[in-house]
Design a protein around this ligand. Structure first.
Ligand code: SF4
Length: 736
């Protein structure tokens, strides 16, 4: 019997877990009482992790050896690792030589560990000379990144979980926290029980479980968040509820924003957002920390927000408009106050830290900045990092569908289900000359398009680090050896890179000197290299070694190297909150108001497509279900897909509860049962995002089979963040 301390692989809460093993198998998983993110709690997904790692799951779902799929048919034939990597390196090098490095594309994942992410980025941007490496975090957090950078100057959530306990108003926008971040929500429930005066406002078109428990639910029309936030600022200005001293001392750009919100009158906000003016006033008053007479209470406001803001064609503006409210009221940089973006995936933050997006470089450097490119090139020991912007997720698959990107290397993600506009993704995967899928699970929709399948390790087998929503870095540790022939993601990337080096820079010392035979030593060497790139940056973690993390537990960044040695035994402590001194990481130290204007959704309802379809998570499922779908008990909460529609709409369309309907958008269709639900407003509909082709077969407009709800969703994306509008599609609903 042994116990291993590690981290849950699901959501961005980043709960600590204790994994019990009998030497050969995992016998149980418990919440780690010493982890600051969860203090021993786990949700249904975390507490059943051990049941997704049984021998039966291993046999049925895991990919256990490299397989070559001639003609992309069937499961393929087993291949030795050396042959598989030789073949892969040859194909990539040949394509790059014939068509240039930008004919290659890498699509990785916010579920990779920081060390995996680092090596993949160095491989693409440093060795191969292409910035065509993006990640499913583009679908998750890129609007939060762009929103923070546009206003606060850096991609750094300024708050922490403890702020939930200190806030007087929790302003939750575009997040069903109760289902998507359950352990954080338990903390919210606890805080509300301890402090009955704490207010909770929920902004969400749906009456979710979170909205159900709010003091005030603003059921806005989908995509009208910017109008709501600008309207709140209009009211704050009208009532004199802004913090003018804070604005004068710590910000710029307020006059332009004031002009922008001048027309966002309560009547106009009520019309566009579909809410009552009285509710708008109440929400504004609570946010600004005012009593019923408008007098200041000293109340602190913490915003919690997620995909409802991010997955939008105006995602950056939605983030910025909400941050504007915090700056205008001085609700930032103190306990219980701040704009706190909740991370969807377990390591979307770590990926951002190593520059794991097509427009970023290591340690929050910008690809567009020549000085940053030169710094990273010098650090990696390469002549340069290419200046040409990399293709972001939607652009990458569109380029593959057009033939410009000819090879796709996909690691730890399932774009054939999770990307929007599945018809284009299918064309991309079919047209690409060479598709490699590096995965733990062989059952994903994307695996069917692979020429080469490479088995990767996963939770309970890997070693490395992840960063959660509150900038807290935790160790991930292995409790079991890798099954079959599976290898760690960074090992696969390193061994591929070393083969490519033989073609691209023969005779030179390797840029990837990581010990692939010793996972702990190799991964720690990568961590140390990444750590050094952060020196002097906003996320400086030069004070954090793996030994420190092992000794003192998970830590928040920044955590720079101490200028003088800490007293013996004293823990290293990162920063719980940022901007406590009112100084921001901009050229003049001031935060910037963003004068953003509301724009409607990319695809508004119309006579032909009269419903607004929104998508979202279920409580007990994760992403495309490759892991949670292996466990029957996680289907008890919601056993099958359905489209939720308001009872009035069912009656109007002469449909009945449980009837099979076709939901159709301009790009494709799905057939599934309709469910009457008052959680959606009239003219709106909802389908959960998790169901793949085994449960929810889709069709493209020309009849090709597609997987899940993203047969319907549009490729439109936010111009600032390039994050697609997975949250909204105009559809029609007809009986079949
Ligand atoms: Fe895992 Fe998130 Fe549940 Fe915590 S809240 S146990 S990180 S899924």
């Amino acid at each position: 019997m042994a116990t291993t301390r590690s981290t849950c692989p699901y959501c961005g809460v980043g709960c600590g877990v204790l994994i019990d093993t009998d030497g050969a198998h995992i016998t149980g998983v418990r919440g780690d009482p010493e982890h600051p993110a969860n203090h021993g709690r786990l949700c249904t997904k975390g507490s059943t992790l051990h049941l997704t790692a049984t021998p039966a799951v291993l046999q049925q779902a895991r990919l256990l050896q490299p397989r070559w799929r001639a003609g992309r048919q069937g499961p393929g034939t087993p291949l030795a690792w050396d042959a598989a990597l030789d073949q892969a390196a040859t194909r990539l090098a040949d394509i790059a030589q014939a068509h240039g490095p930008d004919a290659l594309g890498f699509y990785v994942s916010g579920q990779l560990l920081t060390e995996d992410y680092y090596v993949f980025n160095k491989l693409a941007k440093g060795l191969l000379g292409t910035n065509n490496i993006d990640t499913n975090s583009r679908l998750c957090m890129s609007s939060a990144v762009a929103g923070y950078k546009a206003t606060l100057g850096a991609d750094a959530p300024p708050a922490c979980y403890e702020d939930v306990d200190h806030a007087d108003c929790l302003f939750i926008a575009g997040s069903n926290t109760a289902w998507a971040h359950p352990v954080l929500y338990r903390r919210i429930e606890q805080a509300r029980a301890a402090r009955p005066g704490q207010r909770m406002v929920v902004v969400d078109p749906r009456r979710t479980d979170t909205a159900e428990q709010a003091d005030l639910h603003l059921a806005i029309q989908p995509g009208t968040d910017v109008m709501l936030f600008n309207g709140m600022l209009h009211l704050m200005l009208w009532e004199g509820w802004t913090d003018n001293a804070y604005i004068a001392a710590h910000t710029t750009g307020f006059d332009a924003l004031k002009a922008r919100v001048r027309d966002c009158t309560p009547a106009e906000v009520a019309r566009v957002c579909g809410i009552a003016e009285a509710d708008l006033l109440t929400a504004t008053r609570w946010f600004a920390g005012r009593d019923a007479d408008g007098q200041p209470t000293g109340g602190r406001t913490l915003s919690l927000y997620c995909q409802g803001l991010n997955q939008s064609s105006s995602g950056t503006d939605k983030n910025a408009a909400l941050i504007n409210l915090h700056l205008a009221t001085g609700q930032i940089g103190r306990p219980g106050a701040g704009p706190f973006s909740l991370t969807g995936q377990p390591n979307a933050m770590g990926g951002r830290e190593v520059g794991g997006l097509a427009n970023l470089l290591s340690a929050h450097r910008d690809l567009a900045n020549p000085d940053h490119r030169a710094e990273v090139a010098a650090f990696w020991g390469v002549p340069s990092v290419p200046a040409t912007p990399g293709k972001t997720a939607v652009e990458l698959f569109e380029a593959a569908a057009d033939g410009a990107v000819r090879a796709l290397w996909i690691a730890c993600t399932n774009p054939a289900q999770s990307m929007p506009d599945q018809a284009t993704v299918r064309r991309a995967l079919e047209r690409a000359e060479f598709v490699v899928v590096q995965e733990a699970f062989g059952t994903t929709a994307t695996a069917r398009y692979a020429d080469l399948l490479l088995p990767a390790t996963t939770w309970a087998e890997k070693t490395g680090t992840v960063t959660n929503s509150e900038r807290r870095i935790s160790r991930v540790r292995p409790a079991l050896p890798a099954p079959g022939e599976a290898r760690h993601d960074w090992v696969i990337a390193t061994q591929l890179a070393q083969r490519l080096e033989a073609r691209l820079r023969p005779g030179l010392p390797t840029l990837f000197p990581y010990d692939t035979a010793n996972a702990d030593a190799g991964a720690e060497a990568i961590w140390n290299e990444h750590r050094e790139t952060t020196r002097g940056r906003d996320l400086d973690i030069t004070g954090l070694s793996w030994a420190t993390l092992d000794r003192h537990g998970p830590q928040q960044w920044p955590c720079p190297e101490p200028t003088s040695p800490a007293p013996a035994g004293q823990p290293v402590v990162g920063a719980a909150r940022l901007y406590t001194d009112g100084v921001f990481p901009t050229s003049d130290g001031r935060a910037r108001f963003a004068a953003v204007a509301w724009r409607p959704v990319a695809e508004p309802r119309s006579a032909r497509y009269p419903f607004s379809l929104t998508t979202g998570r279920l409580r007990d499922q994760w992403h495309g279900m490759s892991r949670t779908g292996t466990l029957g008990r996680l289907f008890a909460h919601v056993p099958e897909p359905c489209v939720q529609v308001h009872p009035q709409d069912l009656e109007r369309r002469r449909l009945h509860d449980g009837q099979l309907v076709q939901v159709r958008s301009a790009r494709g269709s799905v057939v599934l049962p309709v469910q009457a639900s008052t959680s959606v407003a009239p003219t709106q509909a909802f389908i959960a995002m998790h169901w793949g082709s085994e449960y929810l077969g889709g069709r493209s407009a020309d009849g090709q089979p597609l997987a899940g709800v993203n047969a319907l969703t549009p490729p439109a994306f936010c111009p600032g963040s390039k994050q697609p509008e997975l949250k909204h599609t105009a559809v029609r609903i007809d009986p079949v």
